[in-house]
Ligand binder design. Structure first.
Ligand SMILES: Cc1ncc(COP(=O)(O)O)c(C=O)c1O
Length: 370
C-alpha cells in the first residue's frame, strides 16, 4: 500500500528515470562511449541500484563525492576537483580509478603521490554553450582547466587522458558538434598524441531530452573516438535525471496583494537553490486555467518565489502542488535556511508503490550546527 508522506518531499519516479537510463544505454552501445554519473548534480544513492545497471560509474568534484561514488555506485570512479588539498590526496587516490587534475600546478604538486595512478588533465577550450556567466566554464579568466596547448604538451608524459567540460544545458546537437570541432582545432595535437588513450567530454549535453538526434550524436562520438584512438567518456548529470523527479508541497496560506499569492511549505533558497541563482521559474504541469497565482516559499527572503502558474480553480490551504523536473542540483544543495523543514526523499518504484527513503528531523537540524 502506498503510504501517505508529509510534504515537503522530493519524489523520484524510477520509471521516468528509466527512460533516461535507456537512452544512456543506447548511446553507450552505439557510440562506444562510457557514461559516468556526475554526482555534483544528483547523488541520491537510494536509486543507484537502478542507475548502475545502465551507467559505467561516477565522476566527482571532491573527496566526499569520490568516496560516495566508489562505495555506493561502484563501476568506474573518476576523481576530479578544482583543487585538492595535501591531506586528501591519498584518500582520493584510494577511492578512484582515475584522477583528473584541474591544472598543471596540481598535477606537478601531486606528481609523486599519484605516480602509479591513471592521470588526466582538464583542458579549457575557451568556448562553451552557457547562457549564464556564473556557470560558464570558459568565462574570461576562468580557473577551470588549462588553456595553453604548448604548456600542456610539457607535461603530457605524465598523463593518459583529458577532461573537457564546456557544454552547459546544451540541447542543440549542431552546437555540440561545432564546439567539438573547435576543440579538435585547438587541441588536436594533444588529442592525437600517442600518450593519450581517453577523453572525457564532461556533462551538460541534453541528449536524453525529447527529439535529440541520438544517432547523429553517437556517430560523432564514435568518429571522435576513432580519429584520436581514445576511449570517450560522458559525464551526464542533468541528462541522467531530467524530468524524473518532483518536489511535492502543500499550500499553507493564500493572500492577495495586487496578485493572488500562495505560500507553500518549501523554499527555493533551501530546496531548489538554482532557481534563485539563475533567476528562473520552477516548472509545473499542467499550468493552465483561468486563475493565476504567484507561488511563494515560506522563508523570510522576499524573493522566495517559485513562479507564477495557472490553475483551473482557486487555491486553498491544504492543496497539494507539485513542481516537476526537480532532481538536478536540488537535493545536493538543500540547506537549513530559516530552519525550514528539509524535504523528505521518496521513490516511486517500478511497480508504482512509493517508498519513503529519507526523512530529516529536528536532530538533523541541530547536528548541522553547533
Ligand atoms: C566537470 C563536470 N562534469 C559534469 C558536469 C555535469 O553537468 P550536467 O549536470 O549539466 O550534465 C559538470 C557540471 O557542472 C561538470 O562541471
Amino acid at each position: 500500500m502506498t503510504q501517505v508522506i508529509k510534504t515537503p518531499y522530493y519524489l523520484i519516479d524510477k520509471s521516468k528515470l528509466l527512460r533516461n537510463m535507456e537512452k544512456i544505454a543506447y548511446v553507450r552501445e552505439h557510440s562506444g562511449a562510457k557514461a559516468l554519473l556526475a554526482l555534483k548534480c544528483f547523488a541520491t544513492w537510494s536509486v543507484f541500484d537502478l542507475m548502475s545497471q545502465y551507467m559505467d560509474g561516477t565522476t566527482s568534484s571532491s573527496l566526499n563525492e569520490v568516496k560516495l561514488g566508489k562505495l555506493k555506485f561502484g563501476g568506474e570512479t573518476h576523481a576530479y576537483s578544482v583543487a585538492y588539498a595535501d591531506d586528501e590526496i591519498a584518500e582520493v587516490l584510494a577511492h578512484s580509478d582515475k584522477i583528473i587534475f584541474n591544472s598543471v600546478g596540481q598535477l606537478e604538486r601531486f606528481a609523486d603521490a599519484s605516480a602509479s595512478h591513471v592521470r588526466g588533465l582538464r583542458l579549457n577550450p575557451g568556448v562553451s554553450s552557457s547562457e549564464f556567466l556564473i556557470a560558464d566554464p570558459s568565462r574570461p579568466f576562468s580557473r577551470l582547466g588549462e588553456w595553453d596547448a604548448d604548456n600542456v604538451a610539457t607535461v603530457i608524459d605524465r598523463i593518459s587522458g583529458f577532461m573537457i567540460h564546456n557544454n552547459c544545458e546544451n540541447s542543440d546537437f549542431a552546437l555540440f558538434d561545432q564546439m567539438l570541432g573547435e576543440i579538435e582545432d585547438k587541441f588536436g595535437s594533444l588529442l592525437e598524441h600517442p600518450q593519450i588513450s581517453w577523453v572525457s567530454l564532461g556533462g551538460g549535453i541534453h541528449f536524453t531530452g525529447d527529439d535529440y538526434p541520438l544517432d547523429q550524436f553517437c556517430d560523432r562520438l564514435k568518429a571522435f573516438s576513432e580519429r584520436y584512438g581514445v576511449q570517450v567518456f560522458l559525464e551526464p548529470g542533468e541528462a541522467s535525471i531530467t524530468m524524473s523527479t518532483s518536489l511535492e508541497v502543500t499550500v499553507l496560506d493564500t493572500l492577495y496583494n495586487g496578485k493572488q499569492l500562495a505560500i507553500v511549505d518549501s523554499s527555493i533558497e533551501a530546496h531548489m537553490l538554482d532557481l534563485l541563482i539563475y533567476r528562473e521559474s520552477a516548472k509545473m504541469a499542467p499550468n493552465e486555467g483561468e486563475l493565476e497565482y504567484m507561488v511563494c516559499g515560506k522563508s523570510c527572503l522576499a524573493g522566495d518565489i517559485f513562479g507564477e502558474f495557472r490553475f483551473e480553480r482557486e487555491l486553498k490551504v491544504g492543496d497539494r502542488l507539485s513542481f516537476i523536473d526537480a532532481a538536478g542540483y536540488t537535493m545536493v544543495k538543500k540547506n537549513w535556511f530559516n530552519g525550514v523543514k528539509m524535504p523528505a526523499i521518496a521513490v516511486r518504484e517500478l511497480d508504482g508503490s512509493v517508498t519513503l527513503v529519507k526523512e530529516f528531523t529536528f536532530d538533523d537540524f541541530v547536528s548541522s550546527l553547533s
